[in-house]
Write a protein that binds this ligand. Structure first.
Ligand SMILES: [Ca+2]
Length: 474
């Protein structure tokens, strides 16, 4: 297991409870955390399809992300943080329920019912969700953006899953429409008449941002949980409307962007602007020391839908991208900022969306309330001794039309095993080979056997998500 490494500044100043405190946090020495005066607000900003390498602080050169980079510089950068899955719905399910995809209710964007029909999966009525647990702890809860865990008329809608307030898209496919003709406010469909016909007068991400800012302002005096999930930067690739407060988009040196590439990089920049405005609002409200801000992405990137990724390098040199169980599909940008509590720096702690339920409950001082494969990373945020995972697990029935290919992956310490069913094993030493370029399955027999056993142990069958080769499998 790679040792957790926290790089700290030698000393940092912060105020807590009105008093100025000086804290010297030498490497290897635990910070003497100051007890918070209340459970922190929790603001999760979940980008859509933003790859590990698509933020400036991870080496991006085409997109400009100054606000995300500033957030990263003021918080803890998790360099080995894993999405719940490599596609939207299951990843969000893991984030919301703390079950990995071998146990989660939603393991794919599409489920198959008993008659063999494809249906949209939805969370069950009694699901333990982060929102429900935080609601029980007295938090005001809001989901603003793309939900994807249950459509209208199902038990999975966010207002039945612990959210006091919802504004956005229920359905992932609806979420691809930036100029949608309607949007949900709780159970109500709100007409966006400015987008009727061919009009493009109501850019939905701007509406989402306004709702998020308003929610925080209205709830400034009580603990709140804001789950902000804009559809940016998922396709369709449509250039956002101009913002007079933003300088014109720079043409990267030596690169002539196509209109589509230009639209895409403008979308990333818009996301970055929105991150900046959310953080600015938190600070303007005087809540920086009472608010954990998490920025991450629901799965790996694609660059553009045609995977023309030589330009954007969405995965930042990691292998693969969205819908792959290689690192590029699963490892995502992750920053946690909590002014005065989190020491700025970076950590290699192996963690993921599966940990968020336990972390949120830990911070809110409520029990998790159900089974989870997650481990709270709140100790790490507070500079305390952090328990580690034995392993992390993912599975996905990858649709590679006309084939369906079951994939499983497990990360244990420095090792990662990917099984492409029925029998193709790829074993990688992630510490030495983060790009997963050297398959050691024929060399490291003991490691292969150990990790292969975990693949069998980690999962249960779920008839809604058949995990067997589909038509055309070879
Ligand atoms: Ca996604």
């Amino acid at each position: 297991m790679t040792s957790t490494m926290i790089k700290r500044s030698a000393a940092w100043l912060y105020a807590a409870g009105g008093a100025l405190a000086l804290q010297a946090a030498a490497p290897g020495r635990e910070a003497a955390a100051v007890a918070p005066t209340r459970s922190p607000n929790i603001v999760v900003i979940l980008a859509d399809d933003l790859g590990y390498g698509e933020v400036g602080y991870n080496g991006q050169t085409i997109h400009r992300t100054p606000n995300i980079d500033r957030l990263a510089a003021s918080g803890l950068r998790f360099t080995q943080h894993y999405a719940g899955s490599a596609v939207c719905a299951p990843s969000r399910c893991v984030l919301m329920t703390g079950r990995h995809t071998g146990r989660a209710q939603i393991r794919d964007n599409i489920a198959v019912d008993g008659a063999g029909r494809e249906i949209r999966p939805a969370l069950a009525a009694d699901t333990v969700t982060v929102a429900r647990r935080l609601q029980a702890a007295g938090y005001a809860t809001a989901c603003v953006g793309k939900w994807g865990l249950g459509d209208e008329g199902t038990t999975g809608v966010p207002w039945l899953q612990g959210f006091d307030y919802f504004y956005g898209y229920l359905h992932n496919t609806h979420g691809t429409r930036y100029y949608t003709e309607f949007i949900y406010r709780n159970a109500d469909k709100i007409a966006l008449r400015g987008n009727y016909g061919n009009w493009r007068k109501q850019y939905a991400p701007d509406l989402l941002l306004d709702e998020a800012l308003r929610f925080m302002g209205e709830n400034r005096d009580r603990p709140f949980y804001l789950y902000f999930t804009p559809n940016l930067v998922h396709g369709q690739y449509v250039e956002p409307p101009p913002d007079p407060e933003l300088p014109p988009l720079e043409q990267p040196a030596g690169v002539e962007l196509t209109p589509k590439e230009r639209a895409y990089t403008a979308m990333v920049r818009r996301l970055d602007r929105d991150v900046g405005r959310l953080v600015q609002k938190i600070d303007e409200l005087g809540l920086g020391r009472d608010t954990l801000v998490i920025f991450t992405s629901d799965n790996g990137g694609r660059g553009l839908e045609d995977r023309n990724d030589a330009l954007f390098r969405a995965s930042g040199g990691l292998r693969g991208g969205k819908a792959d169980l290689y690192e590029g599909g699963l490892r995502v940008p992750m920053v946690a900022r909590w002014t005065g509590t989190i020491a700025p720096g970076a950590t290699e702690h192996l963690s993921g969306f599966v940990d968020f339920l336990a972390t949120a409950c830990d911070l809110a001082s409520v029990p998790v309330g159900g089974p989870t494969e997650g481990i709270s990373y709140a100790p790490l945020l507070r500079g305390r001794s952090q328990p580690k995972h034995d392993y992390l697990y993912w599975e996905l029935a990858k649709r590679d039309e006309p084939r369906v290919v079951p994939l499983q992956a497990v990360r244990q310490g420095v090792w990662k095993l990917i099984l492409t069913h029925p029998a193709r094993h790829e074993l990688f030493h992630i510490a030495d080979d983060p790009a997963e370029s050297r398959n050691l399955a024929e060399v490291e027999h003991d490691v292969l056997a150990r990790l292969a056993a975990l693949l069998d142990r980690a999962r249960t069958n779920d008839p809604l998500f058949p995990f067997q080769p589909g038509p055309g499998f070879d």
